[in-house]
Ligand binder design. Sequence first.
Ligand code: PLP
Length: 222
Amino acid sequence: MITENLRQLRRNIPENVQLVCVSKFHSIDEIREAYNSGERIFGESKVQELTSKHELLPADIEWHFIGHLQSNKVKYIVPFVSLIHSVDSLKLLQEVDKQAQKAGRNVNCLLQVHIALEETKFGFNEVELLQLIESGELKELKHITICGLMGMATFTDNTEQVRSEFRTLKSLFDRIKTHMQDVLSAFNILSMGMSDDYPVAIEEGSTMVRIGSKIFGQRLYK
Ligand SMILES: *Cc1c(COP(=O)(O)O)cnc(C)c1O
C-alpha cells in the first residue's frame, strides 16, 4: 500500500520539489517500506520518537524535525538531524547553535512562520521575523544555517483561504531572499504543503512538501 501510495504521489510532485515523508506515529516496518521504495527524507514531530527511529533505521536517511521543539530537548536531535523546520524563536536558534557547536557540526534550520487563522499553530509573525533578520542576531550564530521558511495553512476546505496563506508566505520568502542575501546566503527552501493541501502549495511556489497520511494512511493522532 505504501509503495503504491508513493508511486501515485511521486507522479504529482515535480522533480524540483522535495518530498519529506512524515512518518510520525508509524512503525519501523512502514518506514522501511517507504525506504525500500527509494525515499530517503523522513520527518518526525516528537524528539523521543525521532531519536529511537534514527537508531533503528539505515544511516543514509535524512531526518527532518517538523514538530514544536522545546529548548531542553534540542541536544538530543542536533547530533544527527538534517533539517529542523520548526524554529520559532531566537532563544531556540541560540540553543541549536550552542548544541551544534558542542556536537562539532552545522545544523540547517527553517524559520516557522504563522500564516494560519488558528491560534494553536506556532511560528513568527511577519513583523517579528523581519525584526529578527534585521537585528543582526543571526550573524552571531556560527553553527547553524538558516535555509528558508516553513508554514502550515489553516485546516479548512476553503481552498482560496489556503491559497492566499501560501501566497503570503511565498511573497515573504521572496522578499527576504532578495533583500537579505548578505545575511542569508543559503535561503532556498520554502517548506509548505501537507497531504490535503500540497497541490495548492506547489502551485504557489513550495520547494518542499511534508506528507504523512497520503503515504502511510490515517494516523490515530495528530
Ligand atoms: C503531521 C504533520 C505533517 C503531515 O501531515 P499529513 O496531513 O498527514 O500529510 C506535515 N507537517 C507537520 C508540521 C506535521 O506536524
